[in-house]
Design a protein around this ligand. Sequence first.
Ligand SMILES: [Zn+2]
Length: 200
Amino acid sequence: MFKQLFCTALAVALLAATPRVYTTRYDVRRFHDCNAAAFYAADHPLVGLYRYRFQARFVGTTITHVPSLGYRGSARIMYSLAPGQSTIVLPRWSWPDMSASQRETLGDFADALRNHEIGHVEIALAGIAGRTSTITVLGQSFAQTKAMLQSAGDNQLNSLASEVLRTEKTYDRVTGHGTEQVEGPSYGFRGGENVKFGCR
Ligand SMILES: [Zn+2]
């Protein structure tokens, strides 16, 4: 009992201290009937989506004048998810006269998709966890050196983003964007229920 209380209190404290990693948005659609929704789901294999952007933060930037050489700039870069730009999009669908079993199927479909998208979030977070780069440049003026640091930082950020994107694509390939989510753990990714949608 005490342990549980302690864990709950700790979890609440951690959640309060950590900014929300992603926000959930909904793809709201009203279909003619369940079959129309199933047809849409089959025709749009990317129903369910995780969008995000990384950002780079410079730490300890220094630009020093080196006589007869120019200006030496150096900085350490730390990465994070750009606030407000980490979004999961999930279906929120309906049709008239939805039966209890159709409602359940739709709920399971959305839950499985959410689980799949959280796998994408985990890859993004793992991609930047503890990652830093150090850059050093040499320019002719203070302003030029500052611009060179910025552009070297942008390059580092772009290459990190491409690397993580490759992993995101691998995850989608091996899990069939969730339809084969059970395969995830064999490749070091999140597992869970397979994403499926049908009408009964
Ligand atoms: Zn996916």
